[in-house]
Design a protein around this ligand. Structure first.
Ligand code: IMP
Length: 426
């Protein structure tokens, strides 16, 4: 049984919490794309954990696999493993696919140099080397975990990579060159430490599925950051959509039985790029404070805005959502009216589909519908019939505008603050 759990917005929807909530329904958790740019926050027994690279399943003792589609920064991984071991978690439940590509020091330096070079056209990346690492992968110049296990050829590959990057660093960006021997030395130590975790990802994951194990494919980032289907070029360099799970884990589409989309009850975005429903005034600032909207990976303030049904419909189609989880509903308490974008207007055209051109996306006017808000604090409510009617009406409006059922409501960061429900399109 394969379930994909993905973000349907610009990331930070609360996927880490939902992975934890679904722990009882899952035996194995697989991350299939992205790298240390992700930030999954999970609260267990009042303790907050922040993970950048490890699959959230590691916190509940599930077998957790980093798939071939991830770009892996060994320094971050080993640090996170040590941190978890110090807090009493079992790091031996981790496996790393030997097909995952490595983030090398030059990737992080190039990420920063390229952002600086773009100036006011910067993308607002997390600076974790993601774009340069995926670029090397596609250019067939990347180094994989499997390469690490062969010391002689590994040293040659590292040297080639550093020397090539040095040309760019020095001649294009006017930066200091890197010392290949230093990288070879550092990464050889990482290789020794990583060795016990290395596996053949696709073989292992397919065997587990053959054995009837329940596998959760945990997406990082979100649909609008997908390199093919997001708000290009303001995207990440991988495919967070559900189809990305097949490529990034090495399983066939027929292995996926269910796709759960996680949507925040409002929208946020960290980094640059268009955001039609952004609230730049006081209300946006209020949402940021109440929702504690600061990036897990970088600490940057997140931009906040109204929920956007144009984007949710785009996500529903691309991901084949079986259902959604609506998170952070508690943050909306106290608003008289809550708006939801239903369409965009560009000149005299009404757009119901998300436009490809980011300059169009930047300039659209938004057509909203409005529903009544609620004043009560709902964060301690544990059953559906105790929720104010207005909450149900808001959720039903989201379902009707997107055509996707909502199966979970999240009213706070802990596992207990989750209500199962069955809102179906009317
Ligand atoms: P990169 O993935 O670091 O290259 O950054 C590209 C874009 O994706 C930037 O706008 C980042 O802020 C955004 N981004 C990357 N990872 C995340 C995430 O986990 N949550 C939210 N935004 C992200």
């Amino acid at each position: 049984m394969g379930t994909v759990l993905i973000g349907v917005q610009w990331g930070d929807e609360g996927k880490g919490k939902m992975t934890d909530f679904l722990a009882d329904q899952v035996d194995v958790v697989v991350r299939y794309q992205g790298g240390a740019n992700a930030g999954h926050t999970v609260v267990i027994d009042g303790h907050e954990y922040r993970l950048n690279l490890l699959p959230s399943g590691i916190l509940t003792g599930k077998l957790s696999i980093i798939g071939n589609g991830v770009v892996l920064d060994p320094e971050v991984l080993l640090e996170e493993l040590r941190g978890l071991a110090d807090q009493g978690h079992d790091p031996t439940r981790l496996r790393v696919s030997d097909g995952a590509h490595l983030i090398m020091p030059q990737h992080k330096i190039l990420d920063a140099a390229e952002e600086e070079f773009r100036g006011e056209n910067r993308l607002g990346t997390t600076g974790r080397g993601i774009g340069p690492a995926y670029r090397d992968k596609v250019a067939r110049a990347g180094i994989r975990v499997a390469d690490m296990m062969n010391p002689r050829s590994f040293a040659r590959k590292v040297r080639d990579g550093v020397e090539r990057a040095n040309i760019l660093l020095q001649r294009v960006y006017g930066r200091e060159p890197l010392d290949p021997d230093e990288t070879i030395d550092t990464y050889s130590h990482y290789a020794e430490e990583l060795l016990p975790y290395v596996c053949n990802g696709p073989a292992m994951i397919n065997d587990l599925l053959d054995d009837g194990q329940r596998v959760l494919f945990e997406g990082a980032q979100g649909t609008m950051l997908d390199v093919d289907h997001g708000s290009y070029p303001f995207v990440t360099s991988s495919n967070p959509i559900s189809g990305g799970a097949c490529v990034g884990a090495g399983v066939a589409p027929s292995r996926i039985n269910r796709v759960i989309g996680v949507a925040k009850a409002y929208m946020t975005r960290v980094g640059d790029g268009p955001f039609p429903t952004e609230l730049t005034g006081e209300l946006g600032g209020d949402l940021r404070v109440r929702g504690n909207e600061y990036g897990t990976a970088t600490g940057r303030p997140r931009r906040c805005g109204w929920l956007d049904a144009v984007i949710l419909r785009h996500s529903a189609r691309l991901n084949g959502l079986s259902g959604m989880c609506l998170t952070k509903l508690d943050v909306l308490s106290g608003l008289d009216q809550i708006k939801i974008a239903v369409a965009y207007r560009y000149g005299n055209r009404r757009l119901e589909n998300f436009p490809r051109d980011s300059t169009v996306m930047d300039e659209v006017d938004v057509e909203y519908t409005s529903v009544s808000g609620w004043s009560e604090d709902i964060s301690e409510i544990r059953s559906l019939n105790e929720l104010p009617d207005a909450v149900g009406q808001y959720v039903q409006a989201v379902v009707d505008l997107t055509g996707v059922p909502v199966h979970y409501l999240s009213l706070g960061p802990s596992r207990e603050q989750t209500i199962q429900c069955d809102f179906a399109p009317g």
